[in-house]
Design a protein around this ligand. Structure first.
Ligand code: ZN
Ligand code: MN
Length: 144
């Protein structure tokens, strides 16, 4: 499994010779690397602003784009929102229709799909599946 790591970002910055690691950027990476809920850019901004109240939306967006370009985070599109995922390994997602929670599902947990019969004769390398339903906490709420 490969996951966003502050140390990898630091070495990338050193190698690039043109980017600077600011406290805000560091806070963005810190927040993202421990985030398991696939935050939106606005959620990242809100979290980083608690530590650095002067962090601009542009700083957050630029940093996210830069991490994405470097393959250190990936995007998950859901309901018109872009969410950011520090887990860059192949994996699937489960999305709760009640609370919107986006959870990782291990790639291996879903059996091989049969792609031989695709009408356009496309060659599939990887695939991402979105499972939808009700997450465990929401099921508990329903029972109360
Ligand atoms: Zn839920
Ligand atoms: Mn994910």
């Amino acid at each position: 499994m490969s996951r966003l790591d502050q140390r990898d970002v630091e070495s990338m910055v050193v190698e690039s010779h043109r980017l600077k690691m600011t406290p805000q950027r560091r806070a963005i990476v810190d927040y993202l690397q421990s985030a398991t809920h696939h935050p939106t850019a606005d959620e990242v901004l809100k979290a980083v602003n608690e530590k650095f109240p002067m962090t601009s939306r542009a700083t957050v967006y630029n940093t996210l784009n830069w991490l994405k370009g470097a393959g250190m985070v990936r995007e998950v599109y859901e309901g018109g929102h872009v969410r950011f995922d520090p887990n860059t390994s192949n994996h699937h997602h489960f999305i709760c229709r009640r609370c919107g929670r986006v959870e990782d599902i291990e790639y291996e947990l879903i059996g091989n799909c049969q792609f031989d019969l695709l009408p356009g004769n496309q060659k599939v390398d990887i695939y991402e599946i979105i499972l939808r339903g009700v997450c465990a906490p929401c099921q508990t709420i329903n029972k109360q």
